[in-house]
Design a protein around this ligand. Structure first.
Ligand SMILES: [Zn+2]
Ligand SMILES: [Zn+2]
Ligand SMILES: [Zn+2]
Length: 318
């Protein structure tokens, strides 16, 4: 092959480099927001289908991988800063980061922080993928409440992530806002089974919109804040929908699993105006939850009542 004079080669290279639009600009043009929230997973901690469950509701997802759902997690993408923030480190973290970077955001953005709600398996164990047996990250900022922080510092294998500086813990305080680039994050303590840590939800404020994220909470009436009073103050509310109704809890009493049932949440919030109801997006679905199936009568009842159900890859402008 004949070689091209060097001057033409460099001209061609500079034309190519100059003409390639910046991926982030293209993305902003497509989605219209500089800061976005992305839903990375919608299932309860154990995912869907669940380990050792071969009942009729889980069998379709064992047989067809496309029906599987990952554990509840969100990402916030700050396009101006080319930064990603994760909310929760789930057992599905490798796949969730892959989809975030390759499909829902941009591959060259950096993971600049991880916010944890509490120490139940679906919400923090994905941190293991930052360790020396895996990605061996360098000082990924992990934001946690005081008891959650102490749990990670004082129990293996998490303590090794701290010791080897794969992660760098940052302490959060109830209702104290943290600012990172274009987002402001405020943890809110909520009642939940707190065996190893306290539990928080998050207010996630972007330049134009605010999301409330409460993946796990006991009954609404056990919380000092009235959920219906919080809805008008936010643009999206991603709320605990672990169980649709008590029908799913065969053999277990409600006292064992004190989550707000979806039917209870819908009843409590039924008097909100239509535009307020549309802010509510149900998430954190147990493997037994009929809302995992978009065509189920329960899913149709939720949307007919004016509420929404989260799905993987849902992008909300912040
Ligand atoms: Zn959970
Ligand atoms: Zn199941
Ligand atoms: Zn939990």
């Amino acid at each position: 092959m004949r070689t091209m004079p060097l001057v033409y080669q460099s001209l061609i290279i500079s034309i190519v480099v100059f003409c390639v639009p910046k991926a982030s600009q293209a993305h902003i043009a497509k989605h219209g927001a500089n800061t976005e929230l992305v839903v990375l997973g919608i299932a309860q901690d154990a995912g869907y289908p669940q380990t050792l469950c071969y009942q009729p509701h889980c069998m379709p997802a064992w047989q067809d991988k496309s029906l599987r759902k990952m554990a509840t997690s969100l990402a916030v993408v700050d396009h101006a800063a080319k930064a990603h923030y994760l909310f929760e480190a789930t057992p599905d973290l490798p796949q969730q980061l892959y989809l975030l970077q390759q499909e829902w955001s941009q591959p060259d953005y950096l993971l600049q922080g991880v916010f944890l709600t509490h120490a139940h398996m679906g919400h923090y164990t994905g941190l293991m993928h930052f360790g020396r047996e895996s990605a061996a990250t360098k000082q990924i900022a992990v934001y946690a409440m005081p008891a959650m922080r102490s749990f990670l510092e004082n129990n293996g294998p998490w303590s090794q992530l701290v010791k080897l500086k794969n992660i760098e813990l940052k302490t959060l305080q109830h209702q104290r806002e943290v600012t990172l680039g274009s987002i402001k994050v405020t943890p809110l303590l909520v009642p939940h089974r707190d065996e190893f840590s306290e539990t928080v939800g998050y207010l996630i404020k972007g330049p134009t919109k605010t999301a409330l994220f409460i993946p796990d909470i006991d009954k609404w009436q056990k919380w000092s804040t009235a959920i219906e009073d919080l809805i008008p103050q936010v643009d999206y509310a991603l709320l605990d929908a672990t169980f649709y109704s008590a029908d799913e809890l065969k053999g277990r009493t409600m006292a064992d699993v004190p989550h707000p049932l979806v039917i209870e949440s819908m009843s409590r919030l039924k008097n909100l105006a239509e535009d307020q109801k549309q802010k509510i997006i149900f998430i954190h679905l147990n493997h037994t939850n009929p809302l995992l199936k978009p065509s189920s009568p329960e899913s149709l009842a939720v949307t007919a009542a004016g509420f929404r159900i989260a799905n993987e890859g849902l992008i909300l402008p912040l």
